[in-house]
Design a protein around this ligand. Structure first.
Ligand code: ADP
Ligand code: MG
Ligand code: MG
Length: 254
């Protein structure tokens, strides 16, 4: 049973006037099979947490620890983290000109699995996953994220999630910018992966609407670079009614 343990994590970025601390002591444990919603106002550091866990070089860890089944994640390179089963769906997926979706997925699957997937079963796997996400098969031949609509980008992130089968999935605002139909399709994809019981999910979101489709085991309020409150699904209802104001006042936000 995979367990991700984040302890007192401090992270800085290099700003114009020197290093700026964004994460100020994050504590969180995510076990395989669990879904945790991380909710917070813009600028509170949610994406910084997501990127730091994935190993983005822009973020410097200045304190604390991240362990996956006792292994030091912070010592791992980005691709070692991916092979260990850590997956990040980005808030703003990047274009990869000249690389088709189909090549990208096969390369990623090969890297993560340690061997190239068998072509026949792979083609079938991709087709089925795309159909489930209501993606046009022609999509596979387009260049990654080039000219994709917001909804197509997010479906493509969830397509990767379905095919790469991570142990810990960090989904950074996968819901933002989606219309209701796309939100439902994307949520169903996340729920399919989740229903295997094989993945621990960190659902980073600004809005509560995705939680109508995906019921979290725990909800955490993220403000000012740390988790300031944790609770069950009912905490999301409270946020829906009251917003983040109570947490941001008292200078918690920046
Ligand atoms: P969220 O995802 O919750 O909206 P982010 O993690 O994107 O928040 O950003 C947290 C804070 O870190 C913001 O105030 C943002 O401006 C700041 N930040 C992120 N990257 C940099 C950077 N390279 N230089 C300075 N500040 C940064
Ligand atoms: Mg933001
Ligand atoms: Mg963000």
């Amino acid at each position: 049973m995979a367990t991700l343990e984040i302890r007192d994590l401090h992270v800085s970025v290099e700003a114009e006037n020197g290093p700026r601390e964004i994460l100020k002591g994050v504590d969180l444990t995510v076990k395989q099979g669990e879904t945790h919603a991380i909710m917070g106002p813009n600028g509170s550091g949610k994406s910084t947490l997501a990127y730091s866990l994935a190993g983005h070089p822009k973020y410097t860890v200045t304190g604390g620890s991240v362990l996956l089944d006792g292994e030091d994640v912070l010592e791992m390179s980005v691709d070692e983290r991916a092979r260990a089963g850590v997956f990040l769906a980005m808030q703003y997926p990047v274009e990869v000109p000249g690389v088709s979706v189909s090549n990208f997925l096969r390369t990623a699957a090969t890297a993560v699995r340690g061997e190239a997937p068998k072509l026949r079963t792979w083609v079938k796997e991709v087709k089925e996953a795309m159909a489930a996400l209501q993606m046009d098969p022609a999509f596979a031949e387009r260049n990654v994220n080039e000219g994709f609509s917001g909804g197509e980008k997010k479906r493509h992130e969830i397509l990767q999630l379905e095919l790469l089968k991570p142990r810990i999935a960090i989904l950074d605002e996968t819901d933002s910018g989606l219309d209701v139909d796309a939100l439902r399709v994307v949520s169903e994809g996340i729920n399919r992966v989740r229903s295997t019981g094989e993945v621990g999910t960190l659902l980073v979101t600004h809005y509560t609407r995705i939680l109508r489709y995906i019921k979290p085991d725990q909800v955490h309020v993220f403000a000012g670079g740390r988790i300031v409150e944790s609770g069950g699904a009912e905490l999301a209802d409270k946020l829906e009614e009251e917003g983040y104001e109570a947490y941001v006042k008292g200078g918690a936000s920046e």
